[in-house]
Write a protein that binds this ligand. Structure first.
Ligand SMILES: [Zn+2]
Length: 249
């Protein structure tokens, strides 16, 4: 393991164009439940939610009929005011050294930005912007933060429901994601953190890059794609980031 860490350190030291791809595992230490793990997000949903099945909370067709469960769950998540982890901060620090081309994240929690990263693409959207489902008017997070945190359904002046631009099941990923998929940013290293790469098409972005440039996958548990990576580390992401950060500073 020590040798593996030395090799990864060398890669990080030499690389000039990092691309990061992050998933739920980077935010679990911030107290944000992962979608699929046994202690995950769906555990927060109890019988009182009145859902046909837990995933319906993120299904666009269900939302159009009944947006209440989504806003109830959102208030539980957002009112916790999560703080970025050491791993988020490490990525932001690397960006400030001028060596990060892109941080692509599957997370909707906005923690990369809160840590100071700017070159972020949220391929599953986030709460940072919202769209009225009737008139299409856009709003920023500040404009609907209050109803979001209190679990109310934010309404537009036209009377329509304002939906955060989180990508639901049954919705397309942002056009920008497909642009990055077709033409990835300059990269000499892809670092994949906190994901088992089983959500598509987003995972395709990381796998395509990993086929072309050296790759490091850091995840608490093994994934089906470990063989496709140059280096795999199975440990706590913050422990990993702190060790590396100490040596790179
Ligand atoms: Zn409207």
């Amino acid at each position: 393991m020590a040798k593996e860490h030395d090799e990864i350190y060398e890669l990080f030291r030499k690389s000039k164009h990092f691309v990061f791809f992050t998933g739920a595992g980077i935010s679990t230490n911030a107290g944000i439940p992962d979608f699929r793990s046994p202690n995950g997000l769906y555990r927060l949903i109890d019988k009182t939610y009145d859902l046909p099945f837990p995933e319906a909370v993120f299904e666009i067709n269900f939302f159009r009929q009944n947006p209440e469960p989504f806003f109830r769950l959102s208030s539980k998540l957002l009112s916790r005011n999560p703080e970025p982890t050491q791993c988020h901060r490490f990525i932001a620090w690397l960006e400030h050294t001028g060596r990060v081309s892109l941080v692509m994240t599957q997370n909707i929690d906005m923690l990369h930005q809160k840590a100071g990263s700017e070159k972020v693409h949220e391929c599953h959207g986030s709460y940072s912007t919202s769209t009225c489902q009737d008139c299409g008017k856009k709003s920023g997070y500040d404009e609907i933060e209050k109803p979001l945190k209190s679990g109310q359904i934010p309404l537009c002046t036209c009377g329509g429901v304002i939906k955060p631009d989180v990508v639901f099941f049954g919705e397309q990923l942002p056009d920008m994601f497909y642009s990055y998929l077709r033409k990835p940013p300059m990269a000499d290293l892809i670092v994949i953190m906190g994901t088992s790469l089983n959500v598509f098409p987003s995972a395709q972005f990381a796998l395509d890059l990993a086929a072309r440039v050296p790759s490091v996958l850091v995840n608490l548990s093994p994934t089906n794609y470990d063989m496709a990576m140059t280096h795999v580390v199975n440990e706590d992401l913050d422990v990993f980031a702190e060790k590396l950060w100490d040596r790179l500073k």
